[in-house]
Design a protein around this ligand. Structure first.
Ligand SMILES: CC(C)(COP(=O)(O)OP(=O)(O)OC[C@H]1O[C@@H](n2cnc3c(N)ncnc32)[C@H](O)[C@@H]1OP(=O)(O)O)[C@@H](O)C(=O)NCCC(=O)NCCS
Length: 176
């Protein structure tokens, strides 16, 4: 897998997608806090690690058990995808992804580019089933995943609570 992928987005901006490195720890932490503050799209509400912990996690990544890709636009972290595979014989073929882009970088193809590089990684390391969980209320993400070949495997009723309201979630999967 090439280290950097260069993408021209639909609005003409240039993005670089590359594996996260320890020096990204601070920008990743700020980014995760920003996405979490939106409250509607991802389960995590804020970063729960210290910078040293994040640096150490990124330094320990070997690129086979998991991949953490960041997208930069004009040098700013603008999107990310994390995919982790199972660690046992029974689930080594399986990997689960989580991803996001900053609000001003949505709907211009960045998510598609991140996902396609993530899928490429999964294929390269021998993952054959890629899974994810998404709030049923997250129509944009579901549309992206369907377009990328994911299908609905299960619906979990009232699995989460957003703004005091129960929200179902979808388990989606794609065989590679
Ligand atoms: C979900 C997310 C990653 C999509 O990334 P993105 O860069 O906006 O996606 P793309 O621009 O590549 O969109 C690809 C296609 O997905 C669909 N799509 C994406 N966002 C959509 C939206 N808000 N409404 C409807 N369809 C949408 C469209 O088919 C789109 O193609 P089009 O723009 O040509 O119509 C982004 O919206 C995001 O970060 N959301 C907040 C965090 C989040 O929800 N993460 C996923 C948690 S499971």
């Amino acid at each position: 897998m090439a280290n950097e992928t260069h993408v021209i987005l639909k609005d003409g901006r240039a993005a670089v997608i590359r594996p996260a490195v320890p020096d990204d720890a601070s920008s990743i932490t700020d980014y995760v806090d920003r996405i979490g503050a939106e409250k509607r799209f991802v389960l995590r509400e804020r970063a729960t690690w210290t910078l040293d912990q994040e640096r150490a996690t990124l330094a320990a990544a070997d690129g086979r058990q998991a991949v953490f890709l960041v997208a930069e636009i004009s040098g700013h972290l603008s999107g990310m995808i994390h995919i982790a595979r199972g660690q046992w014989t029974k689930d080594a073929h399986l990997a689960e992804l989580g991803m996001s882009c900053l609000p001003d970088c949505r709907r211009v193809g960045l998510g598609t580019a991140l996902l396609s590089r993530g899928i490429e990684w999964a294929r390269t390391v021998g993952v054959t089933k890629l899974t994810l969980e998404v709030f049923l209320s997250n129509e944009g993400a579901i549309a992206l995943y369907r377009r990328a070949g994911f299908i609905e495997e299960a619906r979990l009723k009232g699995q989460y609570v957003i703004d005091g309201q129960p929200v179902d979630s979808l388990l989606m999967a794609q065989w590679l």
